[in-house]
Design a protein around this ligand. Sequence first.
Ligand code: PLP
Length: 296
Amino acid sequence: MTETVLAVLNQPSRDAAPHDPAADAFTWAKPLEEHIQVQDLGITRGDGVFETITVVDGHPQALEPHLARFGRSAAMLDLPEPDADAWRQAIEAVCARLDPVREAFVKTVLTRGVEGTDRPTGWVYGAPSPDSTAARTEGISVVTLDRGYRHDVERTSPWLLQGAKTLSYGVNMAALREAVRRGADDAVFVSTDGYVLEGTRANLILSVDGRLVTPRTDIGILAGTTQADVFRFAEEAGIETAYALVTLDDFHAADAAWLVSSVRQAAPIRSVNGTSWSVDAELTARINDFLLAREV
Ligand code: PLP
């Protein structure tokens, strides 16, 4: 069985001291051994940020956009700035060490570190991806769930960290379990004032009158690397794109829709709240072919 590969960074940020001044940039570690201290604020408070990056044939996709978002998320939490060079080096080393599978992923994690030390903790691990063929071809069912915030939460209450990729994903996982309880595969969050936001771990893209439309990224949602690349595909294919405020009614009136994210890529939505939707199989296949062939 393919093993998970783990690299623990010695100095995740140049703004903080290294863990060991004499050590290399990162050390290889065995994932099942103990590395993270129990007082690490990433564990005790979910106080940290992460990225999940698709790896195809050993090549990390959208690496620079992921690193840029990692830095933005860290800044939103007032964490020390991740040293992009150190992270890039560890990510590429993990990718090179993975067993040669077609699709894998690496995850980067930066926490505030052990309480009282002022030294962030950072690690990168990689493993083969689960098989997403069924989601990509047969599609997924979703339910809409109230997120409990207005669409302008990022501006009115930045301390809620909406739009940052933080380690506090307990709410997202609870929403996913609620979706499953309601008989669906995933959830789409809706703001209290009626705007469609994003999935629990993915962005939403709609097909509307031949255009691809996604919710604006300034409404407390994550700016997706996959969504940005789907729009790059669309532009190359001559399909118009737009960022917009999308109401629940707009969503229900769309011709087709996808949840898009790293690892699973584009999953067409085949039902919403129990109502069947049509899946554009041909366009979905073109989008996924493009996404899986990404060189950058
Ligand atoms: N929105 C949320 C809440 C996510 O967790 C994710 C990815 O994990 C995304 C959107 C999609 O981001 P990306 O396409 O960069 O993976």
